[in-house]
Design a binder for this molecule. Structure first.
Ligand SMILES: [Zn+2]
Length: 85
């Protein structure tokens, strides 16, 4: 019995660290800084509707410019309309 308790106690501190690492990685992967609003002169960004990568030079790319020198990029005018409605 004593041996078993010691073994359990040894593995215990690892569990909260594992949960912490998992939570941190989830947090950083889900809301990175490059999603959504980008600077007005950026050549690529991510669509805030479907998270697709958008190149400003694409024929169907649509953009919304804001007064603070930032913009939102969409890979199609359809997603721009979805964003606005
Ligand atoms: Zn999209």
């Amino acid at each position: 019995m004593v041996m078993r308790r010691r073994a359990l106690f040894r593995t215990e501190p690892a569990a909260p660290m594992l949960v912490l690492c998992l939570a941190a990685s989830l947090l950083f992967s889900s809301c990175g800084p490059a999603r959504g609003v980008v600077k007005a002169d950026a050549t690529f960004g991510y669509c805030p509707v479907c998270q697709m990568k958008v190149k400003a030079s694409d024929d169907w790319a649509a953009e919304i410019y804001y007064k603070d020198q930032t913009k939102l990029m969409f890979e199609s005018p359809g997603d721009l309309l979805i964003f606005y409605t």
